[in-house]
Design a protein. Structure first.
Length: 470
């Protein structure tokens, strides 16, 4: 095992890798429930309920396949699952039109799977030929260095939101959790308590890390989980009675979707999507977003783990992107939206994960969810949010390497940093930073032949921003 995964070579050990794998799983376990919720917009009535069940199983299978590939082929500590944002875009593009028009939502679902499948094959071709890694390496140095920090802010923001530390506000958009208001209206346990427990969990991690206690993140998750149920004076409950129906719907409408001729007709000629041009635009959009989400995650987490080469690129980046591509194809065949390398992988890396053994443990945990699905929801968000926030702290150090004395580096890096959390998209952050870099380089007379790839990337993002709402 040590030789296969290169555990000692990368300065790790089996115990650390197992803890890191568990940490990654608990940090991203929410996707098991969240992905089907996003694809049907939390509506589980009628046919949408069938889609929910099919997507639930497909999501887990896609995560298992993609993460196993990362473990056994790329041998990297990264996990894969259905991308957030892309699942919502799937709903808006394929499910919602059928709902609005009173059409068949299952037909819309199947047409969407065809689009995902085609985009997955495009990913795969790009990966096998090395074009995806060339695109990644074409990013200017300032963006490479800011990606890690931007992702850090992004996942910390996700952690703050997941547990209600940051709340919506009609005047300022966001605000700190309203503890006073929760006490006055009797919602302290539901609203303020999880936020406070999450902040406590972050402090626990920080203190344990200061004393160099191994497994600090996992210890925090366990401790806050126990405190959560004690504070609410309740026991975790779950119901496995619906597991059989879930598998039935998956077999009937999930894994069979892309094999139906009508699905291909609806995807490219039907009224559900709007014809060939709309289909091509959707394929390009899914390709673009997935490509740069994955690139961003790989660069960010690899930098944090010090698993980058002399050029600042992740080691085995081609293999990682191939895993991502195959996972998307497998996910579409199973019946779910685009599968991508998950930013929460940084939680496992932060816990010490350096090899594919971390991913193997995460994949096994996901596989267990197929039959023990309700168990994934036992760990509350307030227990996993501190892991995301702490990793955000660790990843911010990458921004210190940006040359802030040169505006050609400083402004694009800053935009990439802040736009990831503010637009809730790694891809958008990279795109806006790339556009800024290209324009500034052109206007300052610094443009050279090596800037042509980043210019092409910028143009693609400009077209995406103009023609696609996401």
């Amino acid at each position: 095992m040590d030789k296969f995964f290169k555990i000692s070579e990368r300065g790790s050990n089996v115990r650390t890798e197992i803890i890191a794998g568990l940490t990654t799983f608990f940090a991203m376990a929410y996707i098991v429930i969240t992905n089907p919720n996003q694809i049907v917009s939390f509506n589980t009535a009628g046919d949408l309920g069938k889609i929910w069940n099919a997507v639930y199983v497909a999501s887990i299978l896609a995560a298992v396949i993609g993460t196993l590939l990362m473990a056994l082929y790329a041998k990297m500590p990264f996990a894969q699952a259905c991308g957030m944002g892309l699942n919502s875009f799937f709903f808006v593009s394929f499910i919602l039109p059928a709902l609005v028009s009173g059409g068949d939502v299952i037909k819309g679902y199947h047409a969407g799977l065809v689009i995902i499948l085609v985009s997955g094959f495009v990913f795969l071709i790009f990966s096998i030929t090395g074009l995806r890694s060339k695109v990644a390496k074409a990013l200017p140095d300032c963006l490479k260095k800011s990606i890690s920090a931007g992702i850090g802010l992004f996942i910390a923001f996700i952690g703050f939101q997941n547990v209600g530390i940051i709340q919506t506000n009609q005047y300022t958009l966001v605000q700190f959790v309203d503890i006073h208001g929760a006490l006055e209206n009797g919602t302290f346990k539901a609203v303020a308590l999880p936020a406070l427990l999450a902040l406590l969990g972050l402090i626990v991690i920080a203190v344990l890390e200061k004393f160099k206690v191994k497994g600090s993140v996992l210890i925090s998750i366990g401790a806050i989980t126990v405190l959560y149920y004690l504070a609410n004076w309740t026991l975790p409950t779950f119901n496995i009675g619906q597991v059989g129906q879930t598998f039935k719907d998956f077999a009937e409408i999930g894994i069979t979707g892309v094999f139906q001729p009508s699905a291909w007709k609806d995807a490219f000629t039907g009224e559900l999507i709007g014809g060939v041009f709309s289909a091509i635009l959707l394929i390009v959009t899914f390709c673009l977003v997935d490509m740069f989400d994955t690139i961003g995650t790989l660069y960010g987490t690899a930098a944090q783990a010090n698993m980058i080469d002399e050029n600042g690129d992740p080691i085995d980046v081609d293999k990682c992107m191939t895993c991502d591509s195959v996972a998307t194809v497998a996910g579409a065949v199973c019946g779910t939206s685009t599968c991508t390398t998950f930013v929460e992988s940084a939680a496992g890396v932060g816990a010490g994960g350096r090899t594919g053994l971390t991913s193997l443990v995460t994949a096994i945990c996901f596989a267990l969810c197929l039959f023990l699905s309700p168990l994934a929801s036992i760990v509350p968000a307030c227990a996993t949010a501190p892991a995301l926030i702490y990793v955000g702290v660790l990843m911010l150090k990458g921004f210190a390497k940006v040359d802030m004395s040169d505006v050609r580096s400083a402004v694009p890096a800053f935009l990439a940093l802040v736009m990831m959390p503010l637009t809730y998209s790694i891809s958008n952050g990279i795109g806006i930073g790339a556009i800024a870099y290209t324009i500034i380089t052109l206007c300052t007379g610094k443009y050279t032949k090596k800037d042509i790839p980043i210019t092409i990337i910028s143009i693609l993002f400009i077209l995406k921003f103009i023609f696609v709402t996401m």
